[in-house]
Design a protein around this ligand. Structure first.
Ligand code: ASP
Ligand code: MG
Length: 417
């Protein structure tokens, strides 16, 4: 069994859906499982629906309409026969979204989010299922929610592995091509849950783990895992073969091609992961597997933008000790602020953090009771794995260095543009 993950970009319009067909015809699809994401930016559009449901009822209907029109435009282009079943099925799905929004009684934002946002994947796989059938690629549509079971931490659900493995083996027991959704599962009451944004890669790994798949391929709009993000660096190189360990490190520091949780289950069963271009499916791409050289051939650059560099110092020149650091970290945890780099000296303590949920102002008001607090907003954190003599210069040209930290394998630099 091979697992193919098709992300949002690979199915963002009719042309790309047709391309999925071409990819399958090129690489074969017997005994395979497709795990697909929502089309294009659908997840963001459904997030707007949820936001409007709670805070702006006036625009709610319109925001559902946007999602509906986007998908109907795609199926209209893909299916000339307007009597095709796909139109009926799609209408049913949108009716059930409307039904839910009218009848829901739960005030729980995250619960409602998962009930609504999960439709993105249900819709995309429904369209793919019918379109592949049209192309002569027989396939079985599988509802991931009957297989992937989670707890009730809506928007960031944790997988119940034992039940999930058993369910997946039961649901996917054919040599035919199967197609299912990434990102979504269900709790023990059958309510939809999601695994966190960009979670479809992780789903692919979960299915692969349960099925002891021979490989997982993530089809992307880039040729594979590059040593640097081409949006920020010139002269990038493709990493041909890297170890699980290296891929985990790269994902951890923020390389966005692979979702960080994806690699653990694959490594456990030594299932190779390929990252390949859906535009050039015969090219080798990147292979993450056992037996890769311990360090890649080139330095790898990872950038995290929009970071916050905070420096705390004691008001009375006393040392910042274990107790202070422990208190400070409790606060970061409480305010859901992710710490990416730590540096401390006798009387000061600096951290580079990501304040995804805009909680820093509240946190700052607590910190100023005990510390002098200074901070720089909107800084960039560069991480270089396996740096060489030119790495720092490559990053720093035209920028101001705010903090630098180096160990044997990794160099981290915080800059202001
Ligand atoms: N559709 C989800 C998202 O956009 C999951 C994914 O694409 O991996 O976050
Ligand atoms: Mg995606």
């Amino acid at each position: 069994m091979r697992v193919f993950k098709f992300g949002g970009a690979s199915v963002r319009d009719a042309e790309n859906v047709k391309n999925v067909c071409r990819v399958l015809q090129t690489v074969g699809y017997k005994d395979s499982l497709i795990v697909a994401s929502a089309m294009g930016k659908t997840t963001n559009a459904l997030e707007v629906v949820v936001h409007n449901y709670f805070q702006n009822r006036f625009d709610l209907a319109e925001s559902v309409e946007v999602v509906k029109k986007y998908h109907f435009d795609i199926v209209n282009e893909l299916f000339t026969d307007k009597e095709h079943q796909v139109f009926v099925r799609l209408k049913e799905l949108f009716d059930s979204i409307t039904y839910f929004l009218l009848n829901n009684k739960s005030p729980n934002y995250n619960f409602v989010y998962d009930q609504i946002v999960s439709y993105g994947e249900i819709i995309s796989t429904t369209i793919l299922h019918f379109y592949l059938q049209e192309c002569g690629i027989t396939n079985k549509w599988i509802d991931a929610r009957n297989a992937l079971k989670t707890d009730t931490v809506y928007r960031d659900a944790n997988v119940n592995w034992d039940i999930t493995v058993e369910n997946i083996k039961r649901e996917i027991n054919t040599d035919d091509l199967c197609i299912t959704q990434g990102f979504i599962g269900s709790d023990y009451n059958g309510f939809s849950t999601t695994l966190g944004r960009e979670g479809s890669d992780y789903s692919a790994a979960i299915f692969a783990y349960a099925l002891e798949a021979q490989s997982v391929t993530i089809w992307k709009d880039v040729p594979g895992v590059l040593n640097a993000d081409p949006r920020y660096f010139e002269d990038t190189t493709l990493l041909q073969h890297i170890s699980y360990q290296e891929a985990i490190e790269l994902a951890f520091y923020g390389a966005s091609v692979i979702h960080p949780k994806t690699l653990q289950p694959l490594r456990q069963k030594e299932i190779p992961l390929y990252v390949k271009s859906f535009l050039n499916p015969t090219l080798a791409g990147t292979n993450v597997s056992k037996g890769a050289p311990l360090t890649p051939q080139v330095p790898c650059f990872i950038v995290k933008k929009n970071q916050l560099l905070i420096s705390l110092s004691s008001k009375d020149f006393s040392f910042i000790m274990e107790q202070n650091i422990s208190d400070i970290f409790k606060l970061f945890c409480e305010y859901n602020i992710k710490v990416n780099v730590i540096q401390n000296s006798a009387i000061s303590f600096s951290v580079c953090v990501e304040d995804k949920f805009n909680h820093f102002e509240d946190l700052r008001l607590r910190l100023v009771n005990d510390y002098k607090v200074s901070y720089n907003e909107n800084v960039s954190l560069y991480t270089v794995r396996h740096f060489d003599n030119n790495s720092a210069e490559r990053i720093l040209t035209g920028k101001t260095l705010l903090l630098k930290q180096v160990n044997r394998e990794t160099m981290q630099i915080v800059t202001k543009e």
